[in-house]
Each structure stands twice: as structure tokens, then as C-alpha cells.
Design a binder for this molecule. Structure first.
Ligand SMILES: NC(=O)c1ccc[n+]([C@@H]2O[C@H](COP(=O)([O-])OP(=O)(O)OC[C@H]3O[C@@H](n4cnc5c(N)ncnc54)[C@H](O)[C@@H]3O)[C@@H](O)[C@H]2O)c1
Length: 686
């Protein structure tokens, strides 16, 4: 006799009874959509009928059965009109913004601190498209939908010191028993199995509601507004000037002109950065609402509406060697066209449109106003793609002409060069065919950020004063400054000046946060000092973290690891090990994402957050985990034979005889390799 298994699915009543953390039984009213809040454009929807059904079923998994009848058509509408199911009805009423940590509900400090960070990522004055849970970088979301947001919050309210919350691409999988020394939350975003790690499968998965684009600190819940990138942009611009125009180390960019585009989530930092470096900047932006925000925040000082006015004003200031940031309302291609035709000299040139997703609306083609771009995306995607490609090709031609006249152009980590290549420009490749040998223009990491900062372990260390008090931030600024020896290296001198002037430069947007590039030694020293200050009740609790864009946090061949030249830049071991090591050492929140700032399949990136509660337990984590977080990156860069990383690794081994030990590469003479090859008569093949 053959026994047949009878499959009886549990009922929704059984399911509901089995959960204590779940969405409320009551269905809230659809909250009001306030006019003037930026809204995400329609996202690509490539699902067939059956898959649309699956997407609906997936979204309704969060919802008690009694509301399915009502919500199925509502969710279907959202999917068909916006390309995603955001579950707008579950959005809390009114504005979201971060409050002092003591005002949040919770069983542990970490659970409350993460709520502060999530709310900051969705703050209406901070986030790019707050209704669509998008923090920055056109598509970088905190989580996929508002049901997840509500559920995550509920989990964080009950989380204890003996549990870990696991979040898969925005979906809170659940709480699992752990220990006070384990992370309180482990987040991953957009990780796809290799065979499916491509745009097409990605689009399908995100429309089905099973993955999320976390960018870096959007889905990693550690965004601190455009301040997060200001210090890196300032470092990049200043060092570009030193490198290309022989500006002395104690000098600045007085008299030099920087041109770029984008005043959005991260790109919005460009105006502020050039001003701090005492240069003149013109930043093109097609969306007036973003110009207005940056103007109101004081992050750009003047707004002009035609290229002639922009360059005239810029010249007045470069002549006087005075600083100014000018927002140009219009397309970057129009601005550059004017500069080429009028033979205007641009010293430093870059681009920070969202070119990691040019066809999703990240890049506005020449000839279309911003509103027309949004409309065309909805009505004729094929035409939109064609216009983007045409515009990128022309954009490239203009850059090339300017570079031939002496401009220094660099890719600023937005995948611009790759987008130009994808638009059909083979000439942008060094070998004229494919990106295998790199591109004719450098990425900022190749020339500047990699050799001068990441190879030593300097990276974007940051902290948030969870009390929400500005006075706490001022105390931490002062304490951090006292931890830096400005005579150790030129980077330390730069960082010392940076933190000294940080408050004066009015960088805070959202939470009371600070960015400060530091190496491992500096980060540990400052973190221990801060924890001591928390212990002594001089300041409230602090959340430490960093951008994923760091020495060891990100594997991205066209960006963070663009200066890795031993062939290993196609691997993602470093970022993954960094993540695993931070979990093992008990960081409070640990994250690993696909795509970062460059797009799906092009990067694996991770970050951390550590809540400083003043305890000795946290002192121990600081010493072990921060050291690992930075030195894993230095060790990998050293193994790739990067000069400064090798020097840093040698120094570290000498100073840590009983602790860490890094494997350092023996160096081989180029001549010897050439002789060995030529003796065998080997020739280059494609
Ligand atoms: N280098 C880094 O460290 C770094 C860090 C974060 C993000 N990024 C990358 O930089 C890019 C921008 O990030 P973001 O957060 O500012 O994105 P964003 O989408 O918020 O801002 C981009 C801005 O560019 C504008 N724009 C688009 N096309 C334009 C055009 N042709 N002319 C003028 N303006 C145009 C848009 O209107 C938008 O305001 C993304 O690709 C992101 O991944 C780089």
C-alpha cells in the first residue's frame, strides 16, 4: 500500500495566533499626500500576468486576511501605476523625522537607536522620495514598503539584548536568540545568486517584492544627509588640485573652477565641498526643487538660470580667489556645450547624476525638462532610453574636448563612465573595445581616494549624537579634534582642520551627526574617548558608523577598488569578510548589500553601526572590531601591492607583535617578468 501525504495548509487564524509581532488588525485610512513632496517616477515593471499575481500575493503576506479583498485592487493599482507596491496606506500620518533616542519605545538602547536612524533616513527634509521610502541615489530605499517599515519598528520595540533582528532586503525575517556580544541587527539588501545578478532578473525580483536596492546607507540605515559625502568630496577636490595643479599642501583651491552636476541626496554636497576648499563651483541641476532645498540649506550660495550668467559669476570669484557655489538650473550638457563653444577654461570637472540607473530616471537627457523626463519615463520608455544614450554620447564628446584643453575630468563614483560605455561609446575604453583594460578617464579612487586615503585606511568614519542635542555634537567635535595629531601625516592635518571648522561649515541636515575621515588608529582613539564621555555622562549615547564607501567595506571595480590592479578587483571576498568579521566582533548593526552607488552586479558593499553606551563591553568591541573593519581593507590593498598599503601593513605588523599579523607580498621586478615571458616567446592575445 502506498501512503499518500495529505497536505493541509494551516489557516490564517493559526498563523495570526502564532505571531505576537505583526501588523495591527485595524486598517488605517489612506494618509494624505502633501503636494510639493518629491515623488519617485514610475519604476520599470517587467512582470507577466502570472507574476503580477505573485507580486500581489507577496505583498498581502503582511496583511490579515480580512483586508485582502480591499487591498488586492489597491496594491494592484500601485504596481501598475508606480511599478512597485509601496503599501502607501501603511505610511504613518504626517512627517517622519528622528527624535531624541529617549523618546522611542524599546527594551534595549540599540533597538531605540536603530529607530532614530530609520526615521532620519525617511525624514522629509532629508529623504529624496520619502513617500516611496527612498533616501538617496534615485533608488536607495530603507526597505521596500510601508508594511515592512511598520513591522521593523514593532520588532525594534521588543528587541532585547539577547536577540538579533534579521532583515532580508527590507523584510524583517524575525528575531533570533543570540547574546549581548552579538549584533542586534543583521541587514542584507539586494544580494542575488550570480546567475541572476543582472538588470533583467533584478527588475523582476524587485517588482515581485522580494528584494531591495539599499544603496549604501539607505538600506543600511546610517544616512546622515549630504554631509556623509562632503568630507570625501572635499578631500577629492583638494587632492585633485594638489595632484594636477601642484597646489602646495598648505594651499587651497582659491582661483580654481570646478563644474559638475546634481544637487540631490549625495551630489548636493558638491557646492558645500568646493566652498570649504575655497574654490568656485558651478553645479547643474535639472530639478528646481532640489536647487531650492540646497539654497535654503545654504549649501549653494547663488542660483542662475543660464550658462552665460553662471560662468560670468564664476569668473568674478576666481579672479578674486574667493569661494562661491553656484547652482545652475539646467542640464549639465547645455552648460558644458556653452563652455566648449565659448572656450571657457574649467579646471576640475565631474558628474554626479544618478548614472548607476540612467534609464530609470537617474540621468535627465539634454533637451528634456525635468518634468518632461518624468512624463516620458511613464509614456515611452524606449524613446527615453534613446534620448539618454544620445545625451550621454554628446556629454562624452564635450568632456573630451575640455580635457584636450587642459581640464581634469574624473568619474565621481556614479558609474558615469560605465553609462557612457553602455550608451555605445567604445572610445571611452583604454583598448577602444571593452572595459577590460580600464577607461581613458580615471575614477576618483584610482588617482586620489585610493592611493592617498584608502590604502592607509583613511575612510569616512561618522557618528550620530542620539540625544539629538547640538551641544553633544560640539563636545564630540572638540574631543575628536584633541585625538588627532596634525603633524603625523598630511591627511591628519587635513582632518584636523576639517573637524576644527566642522560646526562653522554648518553641515548638519537631519540628525546631529558628523563625518570625519580617519584611519584605524584615529577611529579607535576617538571611539574610546567618546565611549568614556558617555560613561561619564558628559554626552548622551552615540551611534558610530561609517559609509560603506571605505577602505575595506566595498568591492567595486569601477569605484572603491578601482586602484586594485592585481586582477582581484572582480572579486568580492573583502567586503564579505569585512561584514562577517564585524558580525563576529559584535558590532550593533551589520549590513551587506549588492550594488552600492554604482548599480546591481557592480559592487558588494557593507557597513556597520556601533552604539556607544559607555560600557566596558563596548570598549572591547571598539578595539577589536574597528581595527578589523579598517585593517582587513588595508591588508587586501597591501596584498594587491599598493605602495602605501604595504607601508601601512609593515608598520602594523611591527607594532602588533602579539595581535594581528598581515601577509605582505614580496615585490617582483618588472624586468624579470618581461625577460621570463619573452624567453618563452609569448605574445598578447585578446
Ligand atoms: N562618490 C561617492 O562617494 C558617491 C556617494 C554616494 C552616491 N554616489 C553616486 O552619485 C550619484 C548621485 O547620488 P545622489 O544621491 O545625489 O542621487 P540623486 O538622484 O539624489 O541626485 C542626482 C541629481 O542629478 C540630477 N540630474 C540628473 N540628470 C541631470 C542632468 N543631465 N543635468 C543636471 N542634473 C541632472 C537629478 O535631478 C538629481 O537631483 C549616484 O549614482 C550615487 O550612486 C557617489
Amino acid at each position: 500500500m502506498i501512503l499518500k501525504e495529505v497536505i493541509i495548509m494551516p489557516t490564517n487564524l493559526d498563523i495570526s495566533k502564532a505571531m505576537t509581532v505583526k501588523l495591527d488588525d485595524d486598517l488605517s485610512e489612506m494618509p494624505e499626500f502633501v503636494a510639493g513632496i518629491r515623488r519617485a517616477p514610475k519604476r520599470e515593471l517587467m512582470l507577466n500576468q502570472e507574476e503580477i499575481g505573485l507580486a500581489l500575493k507577496n505583498a498581502l503576506r503582511y496583511i490579515p486576511e480580512k483586508w485582502h479583498e480591499k487591498l488586492a485592487p489597491e496594491f494592484l493599482d500601485e504596481l501598475l501605476s508606480g511599478g512597485r507596491i509601496y503599501g502607501y496606506r501603511f505610511r504613518p500620518k504626517g512627517k517622519i523625522y528622528s527624535k531624541p533616542v529617549s523618546e522611542y519605545k524599546g527594551n534595549c538602547l540599540a533597538g531605540k537607536a536603530m529607530q532614530v536612524m530609520i526615521d532620519n533616513n525617511l525624514d522629509f527634509d532629508v529623504a529624496l522620495y520619502p513617500y516611496e521610502l527612498t533616501t538617496y541615489g534615485e533608488t536607495g530605499q530603507v526597505c521596500q514598503n510601508w508594511m515592512q517599515y511598520r513591522l521593523i519598528k514593532k520588532y525594534l520595540e521588543v528587541l532585547t539584548e539577547n536577540q538579533t533582528l534579521v532583515v532580508s532586503s527590507g523584510h524583517p525575517l524575525g528575531l533570533f536568540e543570540s547574546s549581548p556580544d552579538a549584533p542586534r541587527a543583521i541587514l542584507t539588501n539586494g544580494l542575488l545568486v550570480g546567475e541572476y545578478d543582472n538588470q533583467k532578473d533584478w527588475h523582476k525580483a524587485i517588482s515581485l517584492g522580494v528584494t531591495n536596492y539599499g544603496q549604501m546607507t539607505a538600506g543600511g540605515w546610517m544616512y546622515i544627509g549630504p554631509q556623509g559625502i562632503v568630507h570625501g568630496t572635499y578631500n577629492t577636490l583638494l587632492n585633485a588640485g594638489r595632484l594636477k595643479f601642484n597646489i602646495p599642501y598648505e594651499g587651497d583651491l582659491g582661483g580654481y573652477l570646478f563644474v559638475s552636476s546634481g544637487l540631490g541626496g549625495m551630489s548636493g554636497a558638491q557646492g558645500k565641498s568646493i566652498e570649504i576648499a575655497n574654490g568656485v563651483g558651478i553645479i547643474a541641476e535639472v530639478d528646481y526643487s532640489r536647487i531650492q532645498i540646497r539654497f535654503d540649506q545654504g549649501w549653494i550660495k547663488k542660483v542662475v538660470k543660464n550658462p552665460a550668467d553662471a560662468f560670468k559669476l564664476a569668473k568674478e570669484y576666481t579672479d578674486k580667489r574667493k569661494n562661491i557655489s553656484i547652482g545652475f538650473y539646467g542640464n549639465i550638457v547645455d552648460l558644458l556645450e556653452y563652455a566648449v563653444n565659448k572656450n571657457i577654461k574649467i579646471d576640475l570637472l565631474s558628474d554626479q547624476t544618478s548614472c548607476h540607473v540612467p534609464y530609470e530616471g537617474g540621468y535627465c537627457p539634454q533637451g528634456l525638462a525635468f518634468e518632461e523626463r518624468t512624463e516620458l519615463l511613464k509614456t515611452d520608455k524606449i524613446k527615453f532610453i534613446k534620448l539618454v544614450n544620445q545625451s550621454l554620447v554628446h556629454h562624452f564628446e564635450l568632456i573630451k574636448m575640455l580635457v584636450d584643453r587642459g581640464t581634469y575630468f574624473f568619474d565621481y563614483g556614479n558609474s558615469f563612465i560605465k553609462a557612457v560605455y553602455d550608451a555605445g561609446v567604445k572610445e571611452i575604453c583604454k583598448n577602444g573595445k571593452n572595459p577590460n583594460d580600464g577607461f581613458i578617464f580615471p575614477s576618483y579612487v584610482e588617482d586620489i581616494m585610493g592611493p592617498l586615503l584608502f590604502d592607509y585606511g583613511y575612510g569616512p568614519f561618522r557618528w550620530v549624537c542620539l540625544s539629538g542635542k547640538h551641544e553633544d555634537l560640539l563636545k564630540t567635535d572638540k574631543a575628536a579634534m584633541e585625538c588627532i595629531d596634525p603633524y603625523r601625516r598630511f591627511q591628519d592635518r587635513d582632518n584636523y582642520i576639517w573637524i576644527k571648522n566642522a560646526d562653522k561649515n554648518k553641515l548638519v541636515v537631519g540628525t546631529q551627526a558628523r563625518i570625519l575621515y580617519q584611519d584605524a588608529t584615529g577611529r579607535i582613539k576617538i571611539a574610546l574617548k567618546f565611549n568614556e564621555m558617555v560613561r561619564n555622562e558628559e554626552v548622551g549615547p552615540i551611534m558610530l558608523g561609517r559609509d560603506h564607501h571605505d577602505s575595506g567595506g566595498t568591492d567595486s571595480p569601477f569605484r572603491e577598488t578601482a586602484n586594485i590592479r592585481d586582477g582581484s578587483n572582480v572579486t568580492a571576498d573583502m567586503a564579505t569578510q569585512c561584514f562577517a568579521g564585524n558580525v563576529a566582533r559584535g558590532m550593533t548593526m551589520v549590513t551587506l548589500h549588492n550594488g552600492g552607488g554604482v548599480g546591481i552586479g557592480k559592487a558588494i558593499n557593507g557597513g556597520f553601526a556601533l552604539v556607544l553606551d559607555g560600557s566596558e563591553r563596548v570598549d572591547k568591541i571598539i578595539k577589536k572590531a574597528i581595527s578589523w573593519d579598517v585593517l582587513g581593507g588595508v591588508a587586501r590593498r597591501s596584498w594587491a601591492r599598493n605602495k602605501h598599503a604595504v607601508e601601512t601593513a609593515i608598520k602594523h605588523n611591527k607594532e602588533n607583535k602579539s595581535g594581528d599579523h598581515i601577509t605582505i607580498p614580496y615585490l617582483v621586478s618588472e624586468d624579470l617578468i618581461e625577460r621570463a615571458i619573452s624567453r618563452r616567446g609569448l605574445k598578447n592575445t585578446d
